[in-house]
Write a protein that binds this ligand. Sequence first.
Ligand code: UDP
Ligand code: MG
Length: 310
Amino acid sequence: MKITYSIIAPIYNEKENLPELQRRVSAVMDSTNESWELILVDDGSTDGSTEIIRELAKQDDRIRPVIFARNFGHQVAVTAGLDYSRGDAVVIIDADLQDPPELILELAQKWKEGNEVVFAVRAEREGESWFKLWTASLFYRIIYRITDVKIPLDTGDFRLMDRKVVNVMNQMRERHRFLRGMSAWVGFKQVGVEYKRAARVAGETKYPFKKMFRLAINAVTGFSYFPLQVATYFGFASAGFAILVIPIVIYLRITGSQAFFGQASTLIAVLFLGGVQLISLGVLGEYIGRLYDEAKGRPLYIVREAPEDQ
Ligand code: UDP
Ligand code: MG
């Protein structure tokens, strides 16, 4: 059977949101009069979401469950959804309904006009703490500046991608994934649609600060060598500074000044450079760790139950 739309929702403990998600997505997709599937990727939920997903799939064979053996993280869950998707257009959506399913119609419209990636830009966000808003805004702007790929600002994973794009993305098996970067990197015809990001329908965010921070590091290391280059810049700057200071110190010595003689100035210089070196080592470590992870070549995720019609 030919399928036009695949909707992918990653699920990590979203028991309260699942029925509403199924209801709203079905209503919107039925209104298109085209064939669709909803892929629910259970990312190791422990709250009973798994049973609800199985139940929903039993009632409607357009709902296809992919159940992981454990929690692999949001980006990997979406990746599994992309792997299993069969539609001509694939939509990624959050299960907490912060991304309104009704917007899919607008994304689809832009797709029909010939765009191959239609991403949803958050013009407004409801029900988020000032800390989340501020860190998110800072994050998008830093990424934009230091990466070589122009990743659209204020844009999450909520997007529609043409089959051509998904096929390319499915070949990119990198382990530390930043999907919005990857989907910008592939090129093709891209366009944004603005929307108002709603508050979560139920439950708490599954992205605590630690996970957000990891995502940010993955984004930076995945798309830029800038942190590695910073060590070089610092090296040149401090060596340049030292060369400048040598004649000054000689001059002061000759004229009998006591400047720069104390232990404090030595200590500060040692601590400062020691700090810079340790940070540089840490940055190197981040990249080497990622290299090691890639070298191991483990599967990206482990599926306990795949859809029956696979
Ligand atoms: N999610 C997931 N695995 C995780 C964390 C989150 O599949 O380890 C899912 C979660 O169920 C939701 C989506 O990713 O559907 C976005 O998560 P969340 O709403 O918690 O993030 P926020 O909107 O607060 O940034
Ligand atoms: Mg959310």
